[in-house]
Design a protein around this ligand. Sequence first.
Ligand code: NI
Length: 179
Amino acid sequence: MALLTILAFPDDRLRKKASPVEVFDDSLKQLVGDMLETMYNAPGIGLAATQVNVHKRVIVIDVSEEKNSAVCLINPEIIEKRGVEEMEEGCLSVPGVFEKVRRAQCVRVRALDLEGNTTEFDAEGLLAVCIQHEIDHLEGHLFVDRLSPLKRQLVRKKIKKDQRHRPGKSPSHPVSSVI
Ligand code: NI
């Protein structure tokens, strides 16, 4: 397995729309293994292939505290949404920025596993937020796109400033919300 480079906002490659996976072979398993290693190492609780410059519909997530419950979703789709929830989110591609984002509280998800079998399940809370955030990445969207224009401008300024000063990881936020 290998650590992959995570693209950072405002890289244009984060704006590409990912294509569906059609071949379930060893290279797909390798990609998922590398993405999991990269996500745990970052550290974060979710990663979309788009973020490592692979434009296929693959996401990995682990919202468990023990970091032993990896979920890998291929060609994920949200087929039903219920309720509204606002949660503070961060993103491995937008380092140091944490903002409240409004999303569906519960989602019903359809996806394929690594063998190409279809699975369908309900998710709520952090897992639901994470799945919605990662599917946005596959569409070329970032969580900062969902903020008001004024907030987005502040985020842009902060990132420019951070890039000039090159600080370490932001210590004031829990890793649990970096998706
Ligand atoms: Ni993200």
